[in-house]
Design a protein around this ligand. Sequence first.
Ligand SMILES: [Zn+2]
Length: 103
Amino acid sequence: MSNEILEAELNCAQCQQETLHQLRYAGRLLVSTTCSVCKAQVKHESNELRIHYAKDLQHRIATKPWRLWKRFWRAPKAVFWSFPRKALGQPFKIWREYRNIGK
Ligand SMILES: [Zn+2]
């Protein structure tokens, strides 16, 4: 069975914020996640986290445009030039993450 390390932003219970986590897979199975900030490791015996993460990702996809627009209206001039590029780049980045966990 091949081991694979993926990186993704997840909520860390210890840090109480989104941090970069290392997701260790053995084949298709998620074995453990390690917070890159506090090094807290969570072992997974099921796909529980993957389901949780997929839900979290859906939530992020759903709320992201709203968050971008909110920022846009608050400072239209400052955000105007960077907005279209960010708005286009984000779904692709999320899609790449999503494809990774779906493997
Ligand atoms: Zn942490």
